[in-house]
Design a protein around this ligand. Structure first.
Ligand SMILES: [Zn+2]
Length: 339
């Protein structure tokens, strides 16, 4: 089938989600998120495969292990490539202006934004929306070359970034509640709740669609994520007040370690009070990841993927050594970021 852009395709139903398991230390230090779970990213990449059209799905299914395992590669890369961190978030509040709606005036293209703010400043507050476009282009180029390994690598990785864009806490300077005495909320929202409840979510999301305006549609995802932040913070504070700190945390055994986690009771009330927010953002992420893959393939001229089947190693993560060869420019004044 020849797929074409169609005005009739619903392109704006975009929503959230994601990743690691959240742990806090025994002391009353601010909780730290430890990205060793990655449950959300893996699940989203896996489920996105099932949104693909017949011409694509066999190739992705044949390489499912790789697509799942490498969904977390960009997070691993954050520790050794300085420019990697800002590709996972954008601090939209940095661009807030009391008299104007930033959704209207924020420069959406990289060209315009970098002319106004400069490259280093953009990297300082996160480049997630633009990074998704860079990844889309790389994926399209890989399809055009018929380069199987790179198709898989960029598919897995764009899946990660698109998923990150669906998480409200990837769009704010207060990304871990550190500015409002809610330290740990990042891992609570995207990891702890996923760990506890995602197995009950309804992930029937329909078929991938062609993104007519990938940049615009990326911004829509990010604005929507950002719009949930007041609820995310307010409910956490309210439930902390009503339950009290002693009921907020509990201890769990993880391997040989006893770790402090958000208690089941706290998590349950918080999750329920947000209604279906976490599920909906995760569902939308699944659909959008598939749609970015589909769009790259269509833009590349819908190459036949049959010849690429069964040729590539499965489940092989890049080694730290190979990651060290990534081109990495040090960005001045880059701050710590826990995404
Ligand atoms: Zn990330």
């Amino acid at each position: 089938m020849l797929y074409r852009f169609s005005k009739g395709i619903s392109s704006t139903s975009i929503k959230i989600w994601i990743c690691s398991l959240f742990l806090v230390s025994f002391s009353h230090q601010p909780p730290k998120s430890k990205p060793w779970g990655f449950v959300g990213h893996k699940k989203i990449n896996e489920l996105a495969v099932y949104t693909l059209p017949p011409e694509m799905i066999a190739f992705y299914k044949a390489n499912m292990d790789y697509i799942i395992e490498n969904s977390v590669l960009p997070d691993k890369r954050r520790y050794i490539v300085k420019e990697e961190g800002p590709k996972h978030y954008i601090d939209l509040d940095h661009y807030q202006n009391d008299s104007l709606d930033f959704q209207e005036w924020i420069p959406k293209s990289w060209k315009k934004a970098s002319e106004i703010y400069g490259r280093d400043s953009l990297f300082a507050y996160g480049v997630l929306p633009w990074n998704i476009q860079w990844m889309l282009k790389k994926l399209q180029d890989a399809f055009e070359r018929g380069d199987g390994p790179m198709i898989l690598k960029y598919s897995a990785e764009i899946g990660h970034y698109v998923s990150d864009a669906h998480v409200p806490l990837h769009t704010t300077e207060n990304y871990n509640g550190q500015l409002t005495n809610q330290h740990g909320i990042h891992g609570l929202w995207e990891s702890r709740l996923v760990e506890l409840y995602a197995s009950d979510y309804d992930f029937f999301v329909g078929k991938a669609f062609i993104l007519e305006e990938p940049l615009e549609q990326t911004w829509e995802i990010i604005f929507k994520s950002h719009s949930f932040l007041p609820i995310v913070f307010e409910l956490e504070a309210k439930i902390t007040d009503s339950l009290g700190l002693s009921n907020k945390y509990a201890f769990e055994k993880r391997g040989n370690q006893i770790v402090q986690v958000y208690s089941s009771r706290f998590s349950e009330i918080y999750h329920a009070s947000m209604e279906n927010m976490v599920q909906n953002r995760m569902r939308d992420a699944v659909l959008m990841v598939g749609s970015f893959w589909f769009t790259a393939w269509v833009n590349a001229g819908q190459p036949d993927l049959k010849g690429l089947m069964g040729k590539y190693p499965k489940g092989k993560l890049e080694t730290i050594d190979s990651l060290k060869t990534y081109d990495s420019k040090v960005i001045p004044n880059q701050r710590e970021h826990e995404h």
